[in-house]
Structure formats: structure tokens, C-alpha cells
Design a binder for this molecule. Structure first.
Ligand code: SAM
Ligand code: SF4
Length: 329
């Protein structure tokens, strides 16, 4: 089991997109009330007084859509200034990024992951559940702004959905040839939208690699992050291709992260509902940080070293009811 030193912090469970694999239209989402959200001061205090003393040094801000959170730039600044912060990153859909890229970068955010499931505006709007004016161009402008201000590495996350965007895998992979971007293909997970999953399931990463290999060739990259992606490269490309294969492979044994939800619940595992700690209530009740550290240490011991089948056996047909936007993906 690797050292658990990476905390993903959900800043908000709301989102300005309704991606069909995450927050499908028509689904009942009970958003966290504003007063139940951890405040910036509470997040900072948890990081500083509880997680850093436990050896956590890597933090990612996510959601929902983290750029919807008021005060996000100030929070980035406060977290980036902590001397123990070795890595501070964000995952965003980039819709609001064009204007925020520079302030976030100046505040100390240096790494960013952006979701982009399609280069085709019609498909993109279909995936994000948008029926109004296309949102593709503004999202793409956000990505270009992030590139311009110097986010490095800049990673694009693509959830591959059979029958919807799987025909674009080569076009998306090609983005890594001329740009030093990391394009990461994520196997669609049965979280949040069981209907979609039930009909079509996911596409194995190996199948995607096969088609990329046939077109350009594909080599294993020397760049191996500490995350779940298997990293490859098209020969002579400036960027890389990552494959996150949580459905066709099990990487639970190399998972180094825990997740803090927007309302302050600490989860040991994305797919495991048991053993959560309500850190917000504890904090508001004045529980001593030392006691919280002891509770978290116990939770980390529970972090499952279990295989893929066991991981899914606790749920009905391996379908997870809470969405990624609620858990903090
Ligand atoms: N709103 C931001 C975004 O989309 O980048 C951050 C939160 S989102 C929940 C984080 C990541 O989870 C995104 O890359 C998204 O594609 C991924 N995700 C959401 N639902 C998923 C699912 N059912 N299977 C695989 N990945 C999923
Ligand atoms: Fe919003 Fe991100 Fe979920 Fe899409 S994946 S609905 S952008 S939280």
C-alpha cells in the first residue's frame, strides 16, 4: 500500500454542466445547503491542523465545479502558501476558466486537469446536457487560456462513452502530438447514471490503445505519475496519453488518496461508502485536531486493499448511487 498523502477536496457539489455520466438531467440531486458547505477557513484549518500533520502534502480542488465556488482564488492562495504543500492542483470543466486562469495561476495553482469529452460542439453539448447556445467554444477558450498562462502539466480528461464519443478517440489523442498536453482516457464508471451504464457499459483502455497503436504506434512513457493513469506516448509526440482503467483493471493497491466532500465528510475510497468521518461537525463542535488525526489514522487503516470484485460486491450489481459530483471526483 502506498503512503496516503493526497487529499481531494470538493469545494461545491453544484455544477454548471449536467454531464450525462455524472449528473444526468432529470436525476434527483439534493445539493448541500450553503451553510453545510465547509467554509474556506474550515478547509484551511483542516488542511493545516489535521492533514498536514498526518503527512499529507498533495491537494486537489474539485467538485461539482470548483470554479463556481466563491472565494476559490483566495483559497488557492492560502493553500499554496502553506510551506508543506508540495502539490496543489484543480479539476475543472473550464467553462469559467478563460477569465480565471491567470488569477488562479498567480495565486499559486500550477497544475490543472480539464474535462473535455469531445472536439465536436454538437457532441460536447449533448454530453454536458446543454440545449442552449453551444458551450464548446467558451470551454475551449478556457483550455487555451490555461495553456497560455503556463499551467504545466495541462491534462485533459476524456470519459469515453460507447456510441457517443468513442469515434473521437484518435482525434483527441492527436492533441498530444503538437502540444505538451496529457490526454487521459477514463473508463466510464457505473456511478451516477446506472441507466447509461446498463445499456452500453465502458470500453476497455486496451481497446483504445489498440486503435491508437495501429495509427501511430504507441510506446510506454517514461513519465509515471503517482496517480492511477498508465502513461503512454505516440512516438515523437510532445505530450502523453494516459489511460485510467478502473473498470478493466484494479489499481486499488496503488491508490494514495482520500476524499473530502463539500460538506466535510472524509471518504477513504471513491467506491466505498463505509467508514466515513464527519469532519465538519467535529470541527464545529470544537473537537481537538489531535483527536481528529487519530480518527483519520484509523480510517486510513481501513482503506481497502481489496480486489476489484470485492470492491463492487457491497453494492447492488456494482452500481453506485452517489454521483461523482457529490463525492468530489
Ligand atoms: N466539474 C469538474 C470536471 O468535470 O472536471 C470536476 C469534478 S468531475 C466530478 C471530476 C472528474 O470526474 C471529471 O474528469 C469527470 O469526467 C469524471 N467523472 C464524472 N463521472 C464519471 C463517471 N461516471 N465515470 C468516470 N469518470 C467520471
Ligand atoms: Fe459537472 Fe464535472 Fe460532473 Fe460534468 S463531470 S456534471 S462538469 S461535475
Amino acid at each position: 500500500m502506498p503512503k496516503i498523502d493526497y487529499l481531494r477536496i470538493s469545494l461545491i457539489d453544484k455544477c454548471n454542466f449536467r454531464c450525462q455520466y455524472c449528473m444526468p438531467e432529470g436525476s434527483e440531486l439534493n445539493y448541500v445547503l450553503n451553510q453545510e458547505l465547509l467554509t474556506n477557513a474550515e478547509i484551511l484549518s483542516l488542511v493545516q491542523d489535521v492533514f498536514i500533520p498526518l503527512g499529507f502534502t498533495k491537494f486537489r480542488l474539485t467538485g461539482g465545479e470548483p470554479l463556481l465556488r466563491p472565494g476559490v482564488v483566495e483559497l488557492v492562495r492560502d493553500l499554496a502558501q502553506l510551506p508543506q504543500t508540495e502539490d496543489l492542483a484543480m479539476t475543472t470543466n473550464a467553462f469559467l476558466l478563460a477569465k480565471m486562469a491567470q488569477p488562479l495561476y498567480d495565486a499559486g495553482l500550477k497544475r490543472i486537469n480539464i474535462s473535455l469529452d469531445s472536439l465536436n460542439p454538437l457532441t460536447f453539448d449533448q454530453i454536458i446536457g446543454n440545449r442552449g447556445k453551444s458551450r464548446w467554444q467558451q470551454t475551449w477558450s478556457g483550455i487555451l487560456a490555461a495553456h497560455r498562462v503556463g499551467f504545466d502539466p495541462l491534462k485533459l480528461n476524456v470519459v469515453v462513452i460507447p456510441g457517443i464519443n468513442d469515434t473521437e478517440v484518435l482525434d483527441l489523442a492527436a492533441l498530444s502530438i503538437e502540444r505538451s498536453w496529457h490526454i487521459r482516457f477514463i473508463e466510464f464508471m457505473p456511478i451516477g447514471n446506472p441507466d447509461l451504464f446498463g445499456k452500453k457499459a465502458w470500453i476497455d483502455s486496451e481497446e483504445l490503445r489498440h486503435s491508437i497503436r495501429q495509427k501511430w504506434g504507441l510506446m510506454e512513457s517514461g513519465v509515471r505519475g503517482n496517480g492511477p493513469a498508465d502513461v503512454f506516448q505516440i512516438p515523437h509526440a510532445k505530450g502523453t496519453l494516459g489511460f485510467i482503467s478502473q473498470m478493466s483493471e484494479c489499481f486499488c493497491d496503488r491508490c494514495n488518496r482520500v476524499r473530502l466532500s463539500a460538506d466535510g465528510w472524509l471518504r477513504p475510497c471513491l467506491l466505498n461508502e463505509t467508514g466515513q468521518i464527519d469532519l465538519k461537525t467535529a470541527l464545529r463542535n470544537g473537537v481537538d485536531p489531535i483527536d481528529l488525526q487519530a480518527q483519520i489514522n484509523q480510517l486510513l487503516l481501513l482503506k481497502p486493499e481489496i480486489n476489484f470484485k470485492e470492491r463492487d460486491s457491497g453494492t447492488e450489481k456494482g452500481i453506485y448511487t452517489r454521483t461523482m459530483s457529490q463525492i468530489g471526483g
